[in-house]
Ligand binder design. Structure first.
Ligand code: NAP
Ligand code: HSE
Length: 431
């Protein structure tokens, strides 16, 4: 009989169920690829009595984590329970016990990656996390391996399916944010508490992980500047369309001469940019490398089987490493310490929507304040009145963010200004 590599799973929810299905349904081809069979020995859950829509072999389910972590027969721990604790304690215990770990846990990797990768290195184990960013889309291993020849200067992605679904509906149907959010919740795209998705926090965790891997430096969730999509209105989307742009929530990471920019916020992106065509709940990551040029990775960013596809691929990679006695070969790639650029120091083009008095000289006053702060205007539209006030829409040329913010705080205090209705950065076009 051939060799068996034994897996202990922590969690049997959406992702765990998919992992069990893929490992069992594709067992024959996986065995051929690895040269050993992979067997799920134990699955730890919270509630052992819960009704589940999957049949698990008798004796496999347990609510005692020691049956995985203290079990000398288990080679690989698959952590798909989520959250920071107790997942962090369990993963550290597994690594310190010489077990390899595969996780989908973006919250944990984005906040406590360093402790985990230090333990991985110390114990010559593998800690793989492909599914933590963009579900089924291969991006971590491509960055660490397939693009390893490159200096990567930028990674920019649609990495949250819920918000992309909402923005796509708003764009195609001209509807307002709250209206579409309710529908997304009814359809099961958005969670009952959608805060993490719509406020950009989920995308910020994924951006921190992408930036760390792409630029070989430690970037944590707390380093990421975040704005969600709750302020994007139907009018902003209408103006974007009129000006040749699409509104998307992007995770953006740029390496600029050793300083790293990491931010998540809505953007106007030109309709011709490949990310503008990524619709519904799909994800895509656009990577720029000095040798390869521009590449884009596209696909399903979440869900039972797509996420399991990434988790099981990691399990297969660990199993191959075990077979060849080369575990711990590609560990943490964060060997540099780059500074994080403050948001005020970035440069961008901006879309501004202002509600101002409809009087002679108003536009000139706004242009003068912008000009004094070195903000140059590329486009101006004034076509709509809002209760006897004028709605003025401007696109600026590229300018340092702090200059724009200084100009806006002056404009906000002027008697002609009723409201700064929105400010959205413009990405993905050169000047
Ligand atoms: P989920 O459906 O809520 O499942 C969580 C599972 O973990 C459940 O089986 C639960 O047990 C178990 N569990 C929770 N706390 C536990 C504890 N203290 N001890 C033992 N078992 C515990 O979560 P999920 O959607 O599968 O997500 C799992 C991970 O994958 C998360 O880190 C998530 O961010 C990540 N991820 C998810 C997706 C996705 O599409 N869902 C995509 C990419 C990444 P019970 O079944 O008994 O409640
Ligand atoms: N909530 C995430 C999304 C899926 O909407 O993309 C899990 O990463």
């Amino acid at each position: 009989m051939g060799k068996t590599i034994r897996v202990g799973m922590l969690g049997l929810g959406t992702v765990g169920t998919g992992v069990y299905k893929v490992l069992t349904q594709n067992a024959d081809s996986i065995t051929s690829r690895v040269g050993a069979s992979i067997s799920v020995e134990k699955i730890v859950v919270n509630n052992i009595n819960k009704e589940r829509n999957i049949k698990i072999a008798p004796g496999v389910m347990t609510n005692k984590v020691e049956e995985v972590l203290d079990n000398p027969d288990i080679d690989i721990v698959v952590e798909v329970m989520g959250g920071i604790e107790p997942a962090q304690t369990y993963i550290l215990k597994a690594l310190r016990g010489g077990k390899h770990v595969v996780t989908a846990n973006k919250d944990l990797i984005a906040e406590h990656g360093k402790e985990l990768f230090d333990a991985e290195k110390e114990h010559h184990t593998d800690l793989f996390f492909e599914a933590s960013v963009a579900g089924g889309i291969p991006i971590i291993r491509p960055l660490k391996q397939c693009l390893a020849a490159n200096k990567v200067s930028g990674v920019m992605g649609i990495i949250n399916g819920t918000t992309n679904f909402i923005l796509t509906k708003m764009t195609k149907e001209g509807r307002d944010f709250n209206d579409v959010l309710s529908e997304a919740q009814q359809l099961g795209y958005a969670e009952a508490d959608p805060t993490s998705d719509i406020e950009g926090l989920d995308a910020a965790r994924k951006t921190a992980i992408l930036a760390s891997v792409a630029f070989n430096t430690r970037v944590t969730y707390q380093d990421v500047y975040v704005e969600g999509i709750t302020k994007v209105g139907a009018m902003d989307i209408k103006y974007a369309n009129e000006l040749g742009y699409t509104v998307k929530l992007l995770g953006i990471a740029k390496d600029q001469e050793g300083q790293v920019e990491v931010r998540v916020h809505p953007v106007f992106i030109p309709n011709a940019h490949p990310l503008a065509a990524v619709n519904d709940a799909f994800n895509a990551i656009f990577v720029t490398g000095d040798a390869v040029g521009e590449t884009m990775f596209y696909g399903p960013g979440a869900g039972e089987l797509p996420t399991a596809s990434a988790v099981v691929a990691d399990v297969i990679e660990v199993a191959r490493n075990i077979q060849s006695n080369v575990t711990g070969r590609i560990g943490c790639t964060c060997y540099e310490e780059k500074e994080i650029k403050p948001i005020g120091d970035i440069t961008s083009k901006y879309y501004l929507r202002l509600i101002v008095k409809d009087e002679p000289g108003v536009l000139a006053s706004i242009a003068s304040v912008l000009g004094n702060q070195k903000v140059s205007i590329a486009t101006v539209i004034q076509k709509r009145n809002v209760e006897a006030l004028a709605e003025v829409v401007l696109i600026t040329h590229k300018v340092k963010e702090q200059n724009l913010q200084d100009a806006l705080s002056i404009i906000k205090g002027m008697s002609i200004t009723k409201d700064i209705a929105n400010v959205i950065r413009v990405e993905g076009e050169d000047e």
